[in-house]
Design a protein around this ligand. Structure first.
Ligand code: GLA
Length: 394
């Protein structure tokens, strides 16, 4: 059922609507929180919302995907999170209320078009919702409002130390173009592919293992990167008492040459996290050239290498995701693939030759379920195209 139909059934009137796409980041995985550079594409699937304004300031929402109705007042958001999907909404309402005066609430129904995990459904949920509450209150949001309010909600209210990759892609991307964003200074371009670039589709292959960033090792990986940055910076400056705070350290502060010189002194795990960062920065740079030259094969090769670095250096992934990566990376018609998003559970994304999509779906399903039969009914594959982000330039 669509959320519009459910809204009509429950509220007996026509709804307003809001939408935010999901995203993939073919290159730049796990370096946004270190203020690195990323690539992103928004998908033509996402989170939809059908809603109406509530004069009394109450937010009253139900999801077609998750149990439990969410209810709170726009100006009285609980300080403590509840541990359910409503936390994203509560957190972002708090952020919105810090900058703009809120008076009206909304009542409505939310629906995610695809399963969650790896395509940033959490940012899509907050962005879609933010757009609706802003509209209800007559607020014109800037792109950066979407990005920073959603990120802050996730960091401070939900408690996951994400960077701004997800929110930026879902806000700034443009159909058919690759978002190239520098997370240090927020400069970005939406880059058209070179004229001879072959057509492609985006395959999303859900492992069937549900994802939860908050419960995963996501935050500890971020800390390992920061620890590597802190140590490398100190080695380079010959001083451990630099007056710098751990929380303010990130790998972009440390030139690659410093890693090459002092990296061997780092504990093995920190060394590997830093290696992922520097090699991924390089892949993002080379990938952009491939994209601009229409060299999808070259771009895809870098995506495969990025996927391998996530397995070997960043050590995210799970047996299920690694199996999907193994199957996809060897298949004819797959330009490149890697885990999508946090990469602990969730899904693999792949850039596919449209002519081979059916064969690819068949082989992946067969080989994956042969290894993980319990995932029958949970494993799902979708073929997507690119889309615009939610941003006001629409
Ligand atoms: C999650 C986070 C992002 C980013 C990716 C990995 O989606 O929310 O900030 O770190 O993982 O690239």
């Amino acid at each position: 059922m669509y959320c519009e139909d459910k809204f009509r059934e429950v509220y007996g009137r026509e709804p307003e609507t809001s939408f935010s796409p999901y995203r993939i980041a073919p290159l730049g995985a796990h370096i946004d929180h270190q203020f690195g550079c990323i690539h992103g594409l928004a998908l033509n699937y996402g989170v939809h919302m059908a809603y109406g304004i509530k004069q009394n300031g109450i937010i009253e929402l139900q999801s077609l995907n998750f149990p439990k109705r969410v209810q709170f007042h726009v100006n009285d958001v609980p300080e403590e999170k509840s541990g359910d999907w409503g936390d994203y909404l509560r957190g972002v309402t708090k952020e919105l209320g810090k900058k703009y005066r809120l008076k009206y609430g909304i009542a409505g129904v939310i629906r995610g078009a695809l399963p969650s995990g790896g395509i940033s459904s959490s940012a899509a949920l907050t962005i879609c919702y933010l757009r609706a509450v802003a509209q209800a209150n007559g607020i014109e949001l800037e792109d950066n409002d979407y990005i920073y309010m959603s990120k802050k909600a996730e960091n401070d209210y939900v408690g996951v130390s994400t960077g701004k990759l997800d929110q930026s892609c879902e806000t700034l991307c443009r159909k058919g173009k690759l978002l190239a964003l520098d997370c240090l200074d927020d400069s970005y371009e939406n880059v058209a592919p070179g004229p001879d670039m072959p057509d492609y589709r985006i395959g999303i292959f859900f492992s069937g293992v549900p994802r939860s960033l908050a419960n995963s090792a996501y935050n500890s990986r971020v800390d390992e990167c920061k620890a590597a940055a802190f140590a490398l910076y100190a080695y380079d400056h010959g001083d451990l008492d630099m007056g710098l705070k751990f929380k303010d350290m990130y790998l972009r502060m440390v030139p690659e040459g410093t890693f090459k010189e002092y990296g061997v002194r780092l504990p093995h795990d920190w060394q590997k996290r830093a290696r992922h960062y520097y090699t991924e920065m390089d892949r993002v740079k080379r990938g952009l050239e491939c994209w601009k030259n229409g060299d999808l094969a070259g771009y895809g090769k870098l995506v495969n290498e990025s996927g391998m670095s996530s397995i070997v250096n960043y050590e995210c992934g799970s047996p299920e995701l690694i199996k999907l990566y193994d199957i996809l990376s060897k298949l004819d018609g797959v330009y490149g693939c890697r885990f999508s998003g946090a990469g602990f559970k969730g899904c693999c994304m792949a850039l596919l030759d449209p002519a081979k999509v059916d064969m690819i779906r068949e082989v992946v399903e067969k080989e994956y379920l042969a290894e993980f039969p319990d995932m029958l009914g949970k494993y799902k594959a979708y073929i997507c195209e690119t889309a615009d982000g939610v941003g006001k330039a629409k």
